[in-house]
Write a protein that binds this ligand. Structure first.
Ligand code: FES
Length: 314
């Protein structure tokens, strides 16, 4: 869809919200809390951004974007847009939906507040039991404070800042100490933040089915020990060499085999490919631990192979 940027607003230091509407005013495809859209920020710059407005808004999508000068350029390009610009986006998809729960514990780090804000408002509207814990670098870096201070959210929201004294920072051990079966945990933010929260939750006894996370980038992986391997196309038996430092997608492309990609960093799931034989070396942030252990699918934009040959359903 080509949508029009009707409103761009600074909502915190380095963070702008973007309101996108259909140029003819038509209703947009529906979404649920926690959904994201692919945004085409320029050639080779398709990025995923969570929708942070209410799913009952049928005529607009709102995203929050942190300008990250060290990223691959998507956020910088978006921050350079002016109101009235046209932006190409994909239909909403949701890998981070709310589950039925007696109580929902929402933990946000930085820009990870965007899907959790939408989920908190949805839970408040539905009369659900929840609490939102939002960590940011400083008060100036905390976004959407106007919405968070609405009565429905204010009493159930706690803000923390890295700049505050130690005893005012988030206490994960205390927060995660009661993993009752009807409690679900949702976490979003930088990869290191998500991993820390999930590690603490597992240590405290939370079951995998109670843990939900949304990454915007895959965790950094040590690549110095990468070995070459071969991809075998199950349909023809043809084998293609993948060199260290080369992704499976790149190797296949050189050989004339193209796979649809979007994020190219293991977070969106677009390139999901079935594995017929061999052992994938999963490096994505998309598959669950159970899916990774099953080993029957992998994400060739970032993942590799532990076995010398990986046979894929291509
Ligand atoms: Fe997004 Fe591979 S292209 S996970």
């Amino acid at each position: 869809m080509r949508l029009t940027l009707t409103r761009k607003r600074q909502v915190a230091a380095g963070i702008c919200s973007f309101e996108l509407v259909d140029p003819q005013g038509r209703a947009l495809p529906a979404f649920t809390a926690g959904a994201h859209i692919d945004v085409n920020a320029g050639p080779g710059l398709v990025r995923q951004y969570s929708l942070c407005n209410s799913p009952s808004d049928r005529h607009r999508y709102v995203i929050g974007v942190l300008r990250d000068a060290n990223s691959r350029g998507g956020s910088v390009a978006l921050h350079g847009l002016e109101e009235g610009a046209e932006i190409e986006v994909g239909e909403p998809r949701n890998h981070f939906a709310l589950s039925e729960a007696g109580h929902s514990l929402l933990i946000a780090g930085g820009i990870g507040v965007t899907p959790l804000l939408c989920m908190a408002e949805q839970l408040a509207a539905d009369g659900g039991s929840f609490e939102l814990h939002y960590c940011s670098r400083s008060p100036d870096h905390a976004a959407f404070l106007d919405r968070l201070s609405e009565p429905d959210l204010a009493s159930r929201t706690r803000l923390y800042h890295d700049s505050a004294p130690e005893d005012q920072r988030i206490d994960l051990a205390r927060l995660l100490s009661a993993p009752a079966p009807d409690r679900h945990l949702y976490v979003c933010g930088p990869a290191g933040f998500i991993d820390l929260v999930l590690d603490r939750a597992r240590e405290a006894g939370w079951a995998p089915s109670q843990l939900h996370r949304e990454y915007f980038s895959a965790p950094v992986v040590e690549t110095s020990g990468d070995q070459p391997f071969q991809i075998e196309l199950a349909s023809t038996g043809r084998r293609i060499e993948v060199a260290p430092g080369q992704s499976v997608i790149q190797a296949l492309s050189v050989a004339g085999v193209d796979i649809l990609t979007s994020c190219e960093q293991g977070v969106c799931g677009t390139c999901l490919t079935r594995v017929v034989a061999g052992e994938p070396d999963h490096r994505d942030a998309y598959l669950t631990d159970d899916e990774k252990a099953a080993g029957d699918v992998f994400l060739p934009c970032c993942s590799r192979s532990r076995s010398p040959v990986l046979v894929v359903d291509l």
